[in-house]
Design a protein. Structure first.
Length: 346
């Protein structure tokens, strides 16, 4: 089987690529990534030489290139993760999100539709999406049947791409699955997102900018558990279906930040309370969704998935990894890796 994974040099994508390359030696895994600021081949250094792994540098916004790629490699399945993924960036530059998340996704759908036109059997277009498409939550949990109600340019672009995937299923019969997942954390996450940003700032004694009053709730999932869920859905999920994936693990931002601060004090052997002193309440994110929380009972009962690590375990693994990989942190924030791989793949 020829499997195209887009965005494989990014945070979640790198864990998915590694899992598939190691677990399925009979599959040919193609990792297509534009290596934006968020993409980093250092994340996959350990599997670089595997015979079933190929990296392709390219942009999903380039429809000519994408069409040719599908012709050349005759992919049987696509796991689509490439995206602009950071909400704050979507507020300052919405168009970048329209381009990659909507137009890029439609480019891939078109190429899959054309290449698979004669034989749709055993083909799959699997879109990795987000719980943010459901908007902000009051009581209860997001279910697969919750109406889409996106509030940020990021979530609007992901909602749109989900709709296009479904529409290609309805209109052209394209076999597809969508999963909507909650907030991931773990190794290789770019330090613009809450957990790695705050770890990096604590290491460097910089302030911790908590948006608004900090009483916003997110449902956190360890990234390797997300990758395992993707593996399961890819192989066992029903075509045409949507599955929600979450950690059964809700935290108010401020409570999570305080736990993180306490852990960091311990790990860095700093006096209790040192990191908490760095907390600074700053201007709120515009359109900030109050609460996300996933009802993951469908994937649990139908496919048997549940998170394998507790939040305490996952957070400790994550902190240890960032402390051991300060060079990675310095290089991704300074653009060092980007410059290195740019030269290799220009
Ligand atoms: P990321 O920003 O870490 O990685 C995105 C990757 O896509 C990068 O390697 C980047 O180089 C690549 N990319 C960006 N634009 C591209 C383009 N035009 N062409 C080719 N490659 C391009 O993102 P992530 O956090 O790993 O998220 C991956 C996917 O999962 C996204 O679709 C995101 O919406 C979704 N998601 C993320 C989370 C989360 O908590 N991070 C939760 C649910 C869903
Ligand atoms: O829910 C899934 C989504 O989770 C994914 O689709 C997105 O790609 C991913 O970025 C993430 O979105 P969030 O906006 O929830 O993640 P972020 O880490 O940016 O913020 C988490 C919470 O912390 C949110 O309520 C905003 C807050 N925050 C974030 C940053 C970066 C702060 O208070 N201060 C900060 O500096």
């Amino acid at each position: 089987m020829n499997v195209l994974i887009t965005g494989g040099a990014g945070f979640i994508g790198s864990h998915v690529v590694r899992l598939f390359v190691e677990k399925y030696p009979d599959y040919n895994i193609y990792n297509l990534d534009a290596l934006t600021y968020a993409g980093n081949l250092e994340n996959l250094k350990d599997i670089e030489g595997f015979p079933n792994y190929t990296f392709i540098k390219g942009d999903i916004n380039d429809s000519g290139f994408i069409n040719q790629l599908f012709q050349d490699y005759q992919f049987d399945a696509v796991i689509h993760l490439a995206a602009e993924s950071h909400v704050d960036r979507s507020i300052s530059d919405p168009l970048a999100f329209v381009k990659t998340n909507i137009i890029g996704t439609v480019n891939l759908l078109n190429a899959a539709k054309e290449t698979w036109a004669d034989n749709l059997e055993n083909k799959l277009f699997y879109h990795i999406s987000t719980d943010e498409v459901y908007g902000t939550l009051g009581e209860g949990l997001f279910k697969e049947t919750t109406a889409y109600d996106p509030n940020s340019p990021y979530s609007a672009s992901k909602a749109s791409s989900d709709h296009f995937v479904r529409a290609y299923g309805e209109t052209y019969g394209l076999p597809h699955i969508i999963t909507n997942c909650s907030n991931n954390y773990g190794q290789n996450q770019f330090p613009e997102k809450l957990i790695p940003l705050f770890i990096n700032n604590i290491i460097n004694n910089k302030s911790l900018p908590v948006y608004g009053d900090g009483n916003y709730t997110r449902d956190w999932l360890y990234v390797k558990d997300h990758a395992l869920a993707i593996d399961l859905v890819f192989h066992k999920g029903e075509h045409g279906e949507t599955y929600n994936i979450g950690g059964f693990n809700e935290w108010k931002n401020i409570d999570l930040v305080k736990v993180l601060c306490a852990q960091m004090d311990k790990k860095l052997s700093r006096p209790v309370g040192t990191s908490e002193e760095l907390i600074t309440y700053v201007k709120d994110r515009p359109g900030h969704d109050l609460r996300y929380a996933i009802d993951a009972s469908k994937i649990n009962t139908e496919l048997g998935w549940k998170p394998s690590v507790t939040f305490e375990e996952g957070l400790e693994i994550t902190i240890d990894w960032y402390l051991k990989n300060e060079k990675w942190l310095n290089n991704v924030t300074s653009g060092e890796y980007k410059n290195y791989y740019k030269k290799q793949y220009s």
